[in-house]
Design a protein around this ligand. Sequence first.
Ligand SMILES: NC(=O)c1ccc[n+]([C@@H]2O[C@H](COP(=O)([O-])OP(=O)(O)OC[C@H]3O[C@@H](n4cnc5c(N)ncnc54)[C@H](OP(=O)(O)O)[C@@H]3O)[C@@H](O)[C@H]2O)c1
Length: 222
Amino acid sequence: MRIALLGGTGDIGEGLALRWAYHTDHEVLIGSRDPERAREKAAEYETELSSRGREVTVEGFANGTAADRAGVVVLAVPAYHARDTVEAVADSLDEGDVLVTPATGMRRDDEGVHYHRPGAGSVTELVADAVPDGVSVVGAYHNLPAGRLADLDADLGIDTVLLADDPDAAETVRLLTEAIDGLRPLSGGGLANAGEVEAVTPLLINVAANNEGLHDLGVRFQ
Ligand SMILES: NC(=O)c1ccc[n+]([C@@H]2O[C@H](COP(=O)([O-])OP(=O)(O)OC[C@H]3O[C@@H](n4cnc5c(N)ncnc54)[C@H](OP(=O)(O)O)[C@@H]3O)[C@@H](O)[C@H]2O)c1
């Protein structure tokens, strides 16, 4: 399968790109608003993978080109730019494509980080409202620690909750997720439940900020 990471130049994009390229045979495309930056980051990821004996091609493109070429598109951009990014690549999203959103809206004050629920109920639902007809949205990866994903020496041993209304899209993302060693996909139900999952992200950030040695923590349900 071909996976495009829009904003794959950033933290969660890097982590997912490295993990998919390292643990699976899926083809990873890096998207950026600036195709040159995408190519540079893709080359960096190739170098990192090569240093571990994994010789794979990771290509970089403008976001629209990456979305056009892939069947699964991950919207790895800040929440406040998620909708704009979907609109910018809408012509490149085809019927049957799966759009995955990990974005959580947050605001920070002196006390810590707080969930900022959009009017749609969640960023995931906001994104679902913005995609062209025939494109299925799956919420996933909201609570993953990007730094731990990007450190290929780190064992994951963590869960990620998937939210989807389309069972076929959910299955596609479930398979892509469990192909990463140490990452367990769990269903959280439909898109209407996404706010509860997104709200866990600021909780993790606050726990990490207030407890020594927990800076890259994830969630394990047991
Ligand atoms: N970091 C984490 O640990 C983590 C974990 C789980 C989920 N998430 C979610 O994943 C999303 C991305 O997080 P991140 O930490 O990877 O973010 P980030 O590193 O700050 O940004 C990711 C990429 O988004 C693009 N971008 C920045 N401003 C943009 C704009 N105005 N319009 C369109 N694209 C823009 C940039 O790519 P170009 O400049 O190359 O276009 C950037 O490299 C967020 O919604 C976050 O809630 C993050």
